[in-house]
Design a protein around this ligand. Structure first.
Ligand SMILES: Nc1ncnc2c1ncn2[C@@H]1O[C@H](COP(=O)(O)OP(=O)(O)OP(=O)(O)O)[C@@H](O)[C@H]1O
Ligand SMILES: [Mg+2]
Length: 588
């Protein structure tokens, strides 16, 4: 009973993975070729029987005849074996490469809110550990699982035809084998899933301690983190041992059982030959083929157990692929008379959190206008920018870009319309040039340099060890906050989209760098509609309008001077944040 439940779940798991594997024609060829090989083996056994019987009666011409046929069969067998290996290799390579691609592409389309529900390391573990287990499965196990039962049936047919009594002896040993195997193999799938999860925990900890290196050192967390890591590893190890033990005992038991049935068969078979119930050739053929019946039967349990483990990993991949994706299809507005950007009574809160991050936010930005958003830390400024490029969706209200609700835009076109310089821009571990080219992959070298010059990044890039070819990953943390932001700005300048969203880094640039970036920005912003989360006074003063955000509400709106004169929230903020830099204010 329990066995039935398990095997049906294996079929279900394979059925889940099946549609994800491309090029199954090759796999089917592999299975057919394998069956062909079994056919050859049976035929060879038959030849041995004929040869042996011919030898016993001393018929020389028959022996020569059968030997010639055997040579042809062996040649055929070898070529088929070669073709099968080639097809199996090609299938495994292709299917796992494409699966990897599919999963990565899928993840990029999962909504941020959905994506954020799990730790980053969990995804990494799925893309590495789990995928390589699936690769293992596809390479070594899948074909065998389909082929072995069929091979056993073929061998069984010939054996029954040769001697049903002997076959009975071999077959009777089998249920015993299966019972033992399912008793020992049952928990293997569960244990493996547990092991994968524990490994994921351990790798999450490694990731945390490398990424959080600065904090970990500054707060003396070394002891604490390594204790946690050791604990996680110990648990994974215990799990691993339990698995190894089960595998070993299963292997030993199946081996013993096969051995016993082999000797039994030879003993009884020999007696049959002596009594004249069968010829010596028939016994030789039978023994030769026995391997093709007991082989699959004794290996199948171990194979199923390892399949269970691999399929547990496969399930985690299938889960990933079942995460819902963003809707990408939509429209592009044709009418350009409406406001470039408009928020209409927008409400927003992050998934799983009660409090509203944005509440009833309404404002409009005309084409070509520059609007600054200011507000205390945590007031929702970055969140507001995220909603525009549809990284998250408003709970209520509407956001319009060029008069069309962002929800109705074609996602790709909407994102093509927007350049973003984030507060803490991520730089990929590639060369500086490639990082900037991500703004517009088709751009020429001259355009890249021009963008970097405009962002005042060219000079410091040239001072890097290999200039534009310097690997950002190798630089590690050696770029300053301001340098990173200028690279991000160059990327946005290169993209040259009509709507610029700028999230100024809170860390202050030095006065000179600030002036340079400011100048670059001003030139760039002139032709574009810009929404800038501003922390620098110079940005705010240069904006056409200022919107003041407090706890997710728009509390004031106006020009810098107008708002100062009003003496409200903005004036307050100004007094606290910028009024100590009196000279800088006067200079403007
Ligand atoms: N991904 C997220 N998931 C859940 N809550 C978030 C997320 N990002 C931000 N928040 C919360 O939303 C609120 C607003 O955050 P937001 O980043 O928009 O503030 P901000 O105005 O940009 O602040 P700062 O000036 O410090 O950058 C904060 O309370 C923050 O804790
Ligand atoms: Mg922010």
């Amino acid at each position: 009973m329990t066995k039935e439940v398990k095997s049906s779940s294996i079929f279900k798991q394979i059925a889940g993975l099946w549609p994800l594997l491309p090029g199954k024609g090759r796999l089917i060829f592999v299975v057919i070729a394998s069956l062909g090989l079994v056919g050859f083996a049976i035929f060879l056994a038959h030849l041995i029987r004929m040869l042996f019987d011919a030898l016993v009666v001393g018929d020389g011409t028959a022996v020569a005849h059968w030997l010639r046929i055997a040579a042809a069969v062996i040649a055929g067998e070898l070529s088929l074996r070669y073709l099968r290996i080639r097809a199996a290799g090609a299938f495994a390579e292709n299917s796992t490469a494409q699966l990897r691609e599919k999963v990565t592409a899928h993840l990029l389309r999962v909504p941020m809110a959905e994506f954020a529900k799990q730790h980053g390391a969990d995804y990494i573990s799925r893309l590495t550990n789990d995928l390589s287990r699936v690769q293992d499965f596809v390479t070594n196990t899948l074909g065998n699982i389909i082929f072995m039962p069929l091979a056993a049936i073929l061998a069984l047919t010939y054996m029954l035809y040769t001697s049903w009594q002997l076959t009975l002896i071999v077959v009777l040993g089998t249920p015993l084998l299966l019972v033992v195997a399912s008793l020992l193999g049952g928990p293997i799938g569960k244990l493996s899933k547990e092991l994968q999860e524990k490994l994921a925990v351990a790798s999450a900890l490694t990731q945390e301690s490398t990424q959080g290196m600065e904090v970990a050192r500054a707060f003396n967390l070394r002891g604490h983190l390594s204790k946690q890591f050791a604990g996680a590893l110990r648990e994974a190890l215990l799990c691993q041992w339990a698995l190894v033990w089960r595998r070993i005992s299963m292997g030993a038991v199946s081996f013993l059982l096969t051995l016993v049935s082999f000797f039994l068969c030879f003993g009884v078979g020999g007696w049959f030959v002596i009594r004249g119930h069968m010829t010596a050739g028939e016994l030789m053929a039978f023994v030769q083929l026995m391997d093709h019946l007991t082989g699959p039967m004794s290996r199948l349990p171990a194979l199923l157990a390892s399949a269970r483990a691999d399929l547990a990993a496969g399930e985690r991949i299938v889960d990933l692929l079942q995460m819902t994706t963003e809707k990408t299809a939509g429209l592009v507005p044709s009418d350009s008379s409406s406001a470039a950007l408009e928020f209409m009574a927008v409400d927003f809160s992050y998934e799983g959190r009660e409090e509203k991050v944005l509440a009833d936010v309404s404002f409009a930005v005309k084409a070509g206008e520059t609007v600054a958003i200011v507000g205390a830390s945590g007031s929702g400024k970055t969140t507001l920018l995220r909603l525009i490029s549809r990284l998250y969706h408003p709970r209520g209200g509407e956001i319009k870009v060029r008069g069309l609700d962002v929800e109705r835009w074609s996602l790709e076109d909407l994102r093509g319309e927007i350049s973003i310089v984030a507060q803490d821009s991520y730089l990929f571990p590639l060369s500086v040039r490639e990082n900037i080219l991500y703004g517009r992959p088709a751009a020429s070298e001259d355009e890249v340099v021009a963008a970097c010059q405009a962002a005042h990044a060219h000079e410091f890039i040239m001072s890097l060890p290999q200039g534009y070819a310097t690997d950002v990953g190798e630089l590690g943390g050696r770029l300053s906050g301001g340098q990173k932001q200028r690279l991000a700005l160059a990327r946005a300048i290169l993209k040259d989209a009509p709507l610029l969203l700028l999230d100024e880094a809170t860390s202050a640039l030095d006065v000179q760098a600030e002036a340079l970036v400011q100048e670059a920005l001003e030139r760039f912003m002139k032709k574009r509609t810009t929404l800038v989360v501003a922390h620098r006074l110079s940005t705010i003063i240069n904006a056409d309008r200022v919107i003041v955000l407090e706890k997710g509400h728009v509390v004031e709106e106006g020009t810098h001077h107008g708002l100062l004169a009003r003496g409200g929230v903005y004036a307050d903020l100004y007094q606290r944040q910028w009024n100590n830099g009196q000279t800088r204010l006067e200079a403007v």
